[in-house]
Design a protein around this ligand. Structure first.
Ligand SMILES: [Zn+2]
Length: 101
């Protein structure tokens, strides 16, 4: 199949970003959201299409509300009992000898 354009395998072209000369078939087109920008840049200047450029194009569902939400009754407080009386030999200063009368 013939084309209307020559192959140009030795043709050179300038990068649209840095201006350096490269082989024409090494220059690539950049794209944003999959659409070609129409420029030709060298492999060093090539900036691939970033995934953040695709934000908002994919519908996201992240529901937060519950359909049949109910409140939970508050927990009953735990009854507080009086603390157990310390043993008679406990004096609180590290002495574990029984208290003598
Ligand atoms: Zn360049």
């Amino acid at each position: 199949m013939s084309s209307n354009y020559a192959r140009g395998h030795r043709a050179r072209g300038a990068c649209d970003r840095c201006g350096n000369n490269y082989l024409l078939n090494t220059l690539v087109q950049e794209s944003v959201q999959g659409r070609l920008k129409g420029n030709r840049v060298c492999p060093d200047c090539y900036d691939p299409d970033h995934p953040q450029n695709w934000q908002g194009t994919v519908p996201l569902r992240d529901p937060q509300a519950l359909r049949f939400a109910r409140t939970v009754p508050p927990e009953q407080p735990v009854p507080v009992y009086p603390p157990a009386s310390p043993p008679p030999y406990f004096q609180g200063n590290g002495n574990t000898e029984p208290m003598g009368p």
